[in-house]
Design a protein. Structure first.
Length: 119
């Protein structure tokens, strides 16, 4: 099968090319971000809103935050909704408010169970 080897080689080169292009694009994007942040910092220094050291620190922080890879959302779903505790500064909520909230929670649970059954 001589065609299969060529196909694997082309797929490998395609992967290397895509990775190279993505690296170049990311480098260009970070360069543009740095120049825009630098312009903003220069304007703020010119207006006297910050000194040059603060401006340099701000630009470096912005670029480093942009370079950090965002955390990917996990695909796992918990078996139950997470529990939420509502804290309040009030001493005691009224019994009517508590009953109303209990009714809402019950309705939401019923809706959730219905949606689980439909999917």
């Amino acid at each position: 099968m001589p065609g299969f080897g060529d196909l694997v080689q082309k797929a490998f080169y395609l992967g290397v090319g895509i990775a190279s292009y993505a690296g170049e694009k990311a480098g260009t994007t970070f360069t543009e971000l740095r120049s825009q942040a630098q312009k903003l910092a220069d304007e703020m220094v010119a207006r006297g809103e910050m000194n040059t050291e603060e401006a340099k620190r701000m630009v470096d922080e912005m670029v480093s935050k942009a370079q950090q890879s965002p955390k990917a959302p996990t695909a796992e779903r918990p078996s139950e909704p997470r529990r939420i505790e509502i804290l309040s500064d009030d001493d005691e909520p009224s019994p009517e408010a508590v009953d109303s909230l209990r009714d809402q929670v019950t309705q939401l649970r019923d809706e959730l169970n219905r949606l689980k059954k439909d999917s």
